[in-house]
Design a protein around this ligand. Structure first.
Ligand code: ZN
Length: 236
């Protein structure tokens, strides 16, 4: 029996009229749960922050469960993993109160994007791991998230200045002047979807005509890096 049927049965049995709003609350509680694994020093603050932000973003209505976990010791980063049926979410959160709201908002925006039909998220559009395109894909989506947070006055994972510095790691072949103009364009972009992010991560300049003309005016070209090592060791 589903939870609504279950609650209706209880209502019939106890012959009480309970206002719909209260049932709705009970049902929501019944089907949506936040769990946190053992060993978090800041478990109260972290769970509360995730509950509040997930509610605000409308994620709690779409998911059945969020499990808060520790990131692996060898890559201590906040990450999220949505199950293939989009019903449960594993959220790896570093056990710290440093910029907790910005980190949680950022991670849950990835999830809200994935659950938003208009965003058209598809696993098959993610560039292959370990390539330059994959590094650029992560960067472009992160910039899209943090720019929306900053523009709406909310705490973000990284500041605008930190994201602007990071573009050098992703596009070392471009001049500082062109990178600056590309970043300003990316930060100011309106709504994007996953198809656009995926296309831009493979080729920033052919995917977006404004960036193409910027690159042409500087007489510069993007390089495709087959491996992350090639990208990291690139010297002009
Ligand atoms: Zn991110």
């Amino acid at each position: 029996m589903n939870s609504l049927g279950c609650f209706n049965n209880i209502a019939r049995n106890i012959k009480t009229r309970i206002p719909y709003g209260i049932w709705a609350k009970l049902i929501e509680r019944r089907i949506y749960m936040i769990k946190i694994v053992d060993g978090f020093e800041n478990s109260k603050q972290i769970s509360k922050m995730i509950e509040d932000v997930a509610g605000e973003l409308g994620i709690s209505q779409k998911l059945e469960e969020i499990v808060i976990k520790h990131p692996p010791a060898d890559s201590p980063l906040d990450m999220n993993y949505l199950s293939s049926d989009n019903k449960s979410l594993d959220l790896e959160i570093v056990d710290s109160l440093d910029n907790l709201e910005g980190r949680v908002r950022h991670e849950l925006m990835h999830v809200a994007d994935q659950l938003n039909e208009k965003f058209k998220y598809k696993d098959s559009l993610i560039p292959r791991k370990g390539t330059g395109a994959f590094r650029r894909y992560k960067y472009l989506w992160n910039v899209y998230i943090d720019s929306r947070l900053v523009k709406s006055g909310k705490p973000s994972y990284d500041t605008q200045e930190a994201r602007e510095r990071e573009i050098e790691e992703c596009y070392p072949e471009l001049s500082a002047a062109l990178r600056k103009r590309c970043f300003a364009f990316l930060w100011g972009m309106g709504l994007l979807d996953f198809e656009q992010i995926s296309a831009m991560s493979r080729d920033l300049f052919s995917a977006v005509k404004e960036l193409k003309s910027l690159a042409q005016s500087h007489g510069e070209k993007q390089i495709t890096f087959e491996t992350i090592e090639e990208l990291k060791s690139y010297r002009k």
